[in-house]
Design a protein around this ligand. Sequence first.
Ligand code: SAM
Length: 334
Amino acid sequence: MNAPLIDPFARAIRYLRVSVTDRCDFRCTYCMAEHMTFLPKAELLTLEELDRLCTAFVHMGVEKLRITGGEPLVRKGIMTFFRAMSRHLDSGALKELTLTTNGSQLARFAQELVDCGIRRINVSLDTLDPAKFAEITRWGRLPQVLDGIEAAKAAGLRVKINAVALKGFNEDELFPLVDWCAREGHDLTFIEVMPMGDLGGEDRLSQYWALTDLRARLAERFTLTDLAERTGGPARYVRLEETGQKIGFITPLTHNFCESCNRVRLTCTGELYMCLGQEDMADLRAPLRASPDDTGLEQAIRAAIARKPKGHDFDYSRQAIAGQMTRHMSHTGG
Ligand code: SAM
């Protein structure tokens, strides 16, 4: 174990979110254009490079690794990577290995994920209506995802559903979603939609459904108790007293979580972002590829963490944030 990563504001970096691919088998309208140009393969980190990078972070004190994308489970050979990462769980260096997925490949991979030491996963699901699901994901089919979630549950994985709150789209499904999660034993978190620039003609602003409003509607039916629980990220939780359910709210554009921020994000090309709301990043691919020895890589990581800002402003250009999101899509989902 090397010296831990501590930023200039005395925050220890314990959480790394890693996008392993920019590709996805869905085309959610708020996330991607239907006809995407993906990165050339040479730009992407190989699975071995991802391993080296994640391992370097684990050796510097990262305890929680969340794998995301794109859709992580469509990356060829990704199970080799999960299996390799499980050695850090076995050694005790890593406390949690987890992923955020659209669920399409879970029926195939759930058991293997469990075998790799994964205990909890986040599945993104915005609607329980098959027609609306096909509309919002363009290429996704609801039964496939529900089967995947079922398989995950059967394999013993704890599932958290992440639903993007979309005005005029799933407003009417607030209670059906809450009730379904209660019946199935899934946790549930709502995500405020982020403006993502022009993704092909959708009117993004009209999709914005403030979570304050969603919360007020929940309070019409349930007694809400705020929970003190913090994960270091942009999520806040309440308990519904009538059912005992925990409901999360992720509002990426607010900055009330900066003080306890313990996380950084790595893109599938090896760019390290130190803050959700700022464009500053460090290229880790160059030092990674420059030498098989990790000395230069470690120096580059430490230099990057030394630049982690105190926080980001709500005023920070939404467009700039959106531009960043479009590139690596690894901002939300717990
Ligand atoms: N493919 C995986 C999945 O579907 O969970 C991981 C990547 S996906 C980009 C991660 C999360 O970001 C999903 O929950 C997705 O709904 C959310 N997301 C994508 N675009 C968003 C946007 N414009 N605003 C808010 N959340 C968004």
